[in-house]
Write a protein that binds this ligand. Structure first.
Ligand SMILES: N[C@@H](CCC(=O)N[C@@H](CS)C(=O)NCC(=O)O)C(=O)O
Length: 264
């Protein structure tokens, strides 16, 4: 047990589990992909007692300068990590104590704190977990985000710009949305009673990676729920998890995780 440590000026409770050698802080931006990192940390808190901090940041234009002070890119999520004596953990990526990029953060969290919790049971699942992490972050994200960006530009504009931009941009959004059934067919085919998670037989990093982009796709109705019941069930299962609900609450509540209008 560590007696007392300091992180972001906040006293950390003394009950840090004996196995925990560092204390992470998630720098979470509202309406953003950092929610999945809060969720992962909360799962570890619920399962293993992991102690972590969360620091919430509002979305501001052109960028949140406080977030930019924490890491060079100023993009969320950012995970900062301190040793038990309050020093930044060295030898991570570019700066001591700072980890950037969602997929790398989630893998670091899994390796540092997960133990066997999210470890795949066989090589098939190990390969699958790696594949779907990349699929979520690259191929699928690209399609969903292009569709969403073309759609949202018009949606957040005042009248009459909304109508004019909608006429120009909605056809482009439709092109990207038109590609999505190929992606969803593939994903639906890979989920089964035996492997209900994108990571395989049990939940893993691939599922955390997939959550953000599929929450956008589902909340914005890009996914036809009747055609893709297994994907829908996967997402409903996540939303029902106590750790997920707690993560949303810690991020400020559902109004701060709005994947339709991003709080606009
Ligand atoms: N590739 C990065 C992307 C991070 C990113 O672009 N985050 C967005 C939120 S979803 C952000 O911080 N946007 C705020 C801004 O651009 O000022 C990752 O995977 O973490």
């Amino acid at each position: 047990m560590a007696s007392e440590i300091k992180s972001q000026g906040v006293e950390v409770p003394a009950e840090i589990p004996a196995w925990q050698k560092t204390v992470p802080t998630i720098h979470h931006l509202e309406h953003s992909q950092s929610l999945r990192v809060v969720w992962a940390l909360q799962e570890l808190h619920n399962a293993k007692g992991l102690k972590f901090h969360i620091k919430n940041y509002p979305r501001v234009q052109p960028k949140n300068l406080d977030l930019a002070k924490v890491s060079p890119m100023g993009k969320a999520p950012i995970l900062t990590v301190e040793t038990l004596d309050g020093k930044p953990l060295p030898d991570l990526q570019i700066r001591d104590g700072v980890i950037m990029e969602s997929k790398l953060i989630l893998n670091w969290i899994s390796q540092s704190y997960g133990g066997e919790l999210w470890e795949q049971e066989d090589d098939t699942d190990k390969r699958r977990n790696m594949y779907f992490q990349e699929f979520a972050s690259a191929s699928l994200s690209e399609r969903v985000l292009f569709a969403m960006i073309f759609e949202i530009i018009a949606q957040v504009m005042p009248f009459p710009l909304r109508q004019i931009l909608g006429l120009l941009l909605n056809p482009l959004a439709k092109v990207f949305k038109g590609h999505l059934p190929d992606y969803f067919d593939f994903m639906e085919g890979e989920l089964s009673d035996e492997r209900p998670w994108f990571a395989g037989t049990k939940m893993g990093v691939a599922d955390f990676c997939m959550e953000y982009i599929m929450t956008i796709a589902i909340d914005r109705r890009y996914l036809d729920e009747e055609t893709y019941p297994k994907i829908k069930k996967w997402h409903d299962t996540i939303r029902a998890r106590p750790a997920y609900q707690e993560a949303i609450k810690k991020g400020g509540g559902p109004k701060h995780y709005d994947m339709i209008k991003f709080g606009k």
